[in-house]
Design a protein. Structure first.
Length: 88
């Protein structure tokens, strides 16, 4: 399955509205050296807080097809929770 980084990023932002709600800076790259078939590297930042996580190609393919990635969702939710706790 072929798609651009911009298409995948847009799908991720669409699935996880907390990214826009909290104005999280999000970048996406592909690292062909990691994993068996390469991985997508997702970097999320807000102020001094940074989350770097990975999305396997198979999970990215599922995301493009309309299936949320639970693993990624958990990481985003945890990042938002930690950010909000430190900012209070």
């Amino acid at each position: 399955m072929s798609y651009s980084l911009e298409t995948l990023k847009a799908k991720i932002v669409d699935f996880y509205p907390e990214i826009a709600k909290h104005q999280l800076q999000t970048s996406l790259t592909f690292d062909k050296e990691k994993g068996e078939h390469g991985v997508y590297v997702i970097k999320i930042q807000k102020g001094k807080h940074t989350l770097t996580t990975f999305l396997e190609k198979e999970d990215a393919d599922s995301c493009i097809k309309g299936k949320k990635c639970v693993y990624l969702g958990l990481h985003i939710a945890e990042f938002v929770k930690n950010y909000e706790l430190e900012e209070k």
